[in-house]
Design a protein around this ligand. Structure first.
Ligand code: CMP
Length: 438
């Protein structure tokens, strides 16, 4: 399961909102032309939808005007300013009038003023579909967007185009002998067979306009088909690239193990480590990304990578930037396999640990007194009380830990007394819990 950090959660909400808008656009794109060709008037049951969609669009305009989107996009887009085109502010762009016009509740107005029979008025709702361009460009610029979203977007767009062509065909070739369902069904079938260049020829144009329309669709069909297939395969290849790299690594490892006759249990451990490294251990991947940068820049970026981790630790949440920087500068990464002892009771404490990934268990004798996970810390008591370790701590799964050496830790809590107090509150509670459990 994908876990979202707080800022990613924020983007996640933003994506859900975009998905809602996108669904409203798709609904209009499907319903408006179909109502037009099937002669469906604005009735009371349509009005609800019209109202809801307009409300959604107006909220969207308001969010755009307040600058909320810019902030969200900034954090969701990983495209650097060098790759981005200069953007006009929303209130000066062509999108504001377009968005406002497309937020007009045409159905409600037509119904209220008695124009529900004027179908062309209902077609004005198609203006809402222009927003689709915005969604597409937004999705394209979001490098963090899951591939599923992008493939879904292409798929929906293709379905809508097929539907429009079917509606165009219905407009040009009215088949009065069929009921609405069969009429649409046949037109959709024609649209798909023509667009995919299959063309069985069982439904053919009989008028000049029909033939011209068919020729246009045939010519466009070949190009569109190619573009869609190209885009989908590009996305699939992109998603597969990572899997391929993993497969390659595993093949190489397999050959290495065979060559040196490594015992099976050790082989399993090595494979299991690599699986963890390639799937979960973000910090290593992140280090590879920045590995080509000069050393000074790498160290600076490293501090911010660590600050992101520290901010997820509850106790450091409200700490000032200088405090976070001081902690980040002194953190060292360490790694543990499952069931490895990390701290042994009675030992001298040399460091405290922050869990970046994985889970550890705290033991009082044989009894587990606590399970600590990502974003939690341990090993602080011996450092603050200048005593021996008070419990055993063992890794439960693969663990990426960050350690803070005793001297650095003590310097930090001395410089930031508020943090010292927070630590004290927590370890006093931990000691009481351990005593109760023992
Ligand atoms: P320290 O005594 O330095 O080393 C063992 C660590 O286990 C200890 O610091 C605490 O960080 C942690 N620990 C001890 N008791 C508990 C508890 N009840 N809940 C959570 N963590 C604990």
């Amino acid at each position: 399961m994908v876990e979202y950090s707080s800022s990613e959660k924020h983007n996640y909400k933003f994506l859900v909102w975009q998905l809602l808008l996108f669904s409203a656009i798709c609904w209009t794109a499907i319903e408006a032309p179909l109502s037009f060709v099937l002669n469906i008037q604005a009735r009371e049951h349509n009005l609800w939808w019209d109202g809801i969609i307009c409300l959604l669009f107006l909220v969207d305009v308001a969010l755009n005007l307040t600058g909320f989107y810019e902030k969200e996009q900034e954090s969701a887009q990983l495209i650097t300013p060098f790759l981005q085109k200069e953007k006009r502010p929303y209130h000066k762009s062509i999108w504001l009038p377009l968005d406002l016009v497309s937020s007009i509740p045409f159905d409600i107005l037509a119904y209220t003023f008695g124009f529900q029979g004027v179908l062309v008025l209902r077609l004005f709702r198609l203006l809402r579909v222009v927003r689709m361009l915005k969604v597409v460009s937004l999705y394209n610029s979001m490098s963090m967007l899951p591939h599923g979203y992008k493939v879904g977007l292409i798929f929906c767009s293709v379905l809508i185009v097929i539907h429009w062509i079917a509606c165009g065909w219905m407009f040009i070739n009215p088949m009065v002998e069929f009921d609405a369902y069969t009429f649409y069904n046949k037109s959709l079938y024609w649209s798909i067979t023509t667009l995919t260049t299959i063309g069985y020829g069982d439904i053919t144009p009989t008028t000049n306009t029909g033939r011209i329309f068919t020729m246009i669709i045939m010519i466009l069909g070949v190009g569109t088909y190619g573009v869609v297939i190209g885009n989908v395969s590009r996305l699939i290849i992109k998603a597969d690239r990572y899997k391929e790299a993993k497969k390659e690594k595993f093949n190489e490892l397999g050959m290495f193990m065979k060559h040196y006759n490594i015992p099976t249990t050790l082989q399993r451990q090595v494979f299991s480590f690599y699986h963890h490294l390639l799937t979960e251990r973000m910090s290593d991947k992140d280090n590879t990304i920045i590995s080509e940068l000069p050393h000074a820049l790498q160290s600076e970026l490293n501090i911010y990578m660590k600050i992101k981790l520290i901010k997820n630790v509850h106790i450091f949440k409200d700490s000032s930037t200088p405090c976070l920087k001081m902690i980040a500068k002194n953190l060292q990464q360490s790694y543990y396999s499952p069931n490895e002892p990390i701290i042994q009771r009675g030992d001298v404490g040399e460091e405290m640990f922050i869990i970046a990934h994985g889970e550890v268990e705290v033991f009082a004798g044989e009894k587990v007194v606590a399970s600590l996970k990502e974003g939690q810390f341990f090993g602080e008591i011996a450092l603050l009380e200048h005593t021996e370790r008070t419990a055993d701590v063992r890794s439960k799964s693969y663990c990426d830990l960050y350690t803070l050496h005793k001297d650095d830790f003590l310097k930090i809590v001395e410089k930031f007394p508020a943090l010292h107090k927070k630590f004290k509150d927590i370890y006093t509670k931990r000691k009481t819990d351990s005593k109760k459990a023992a």
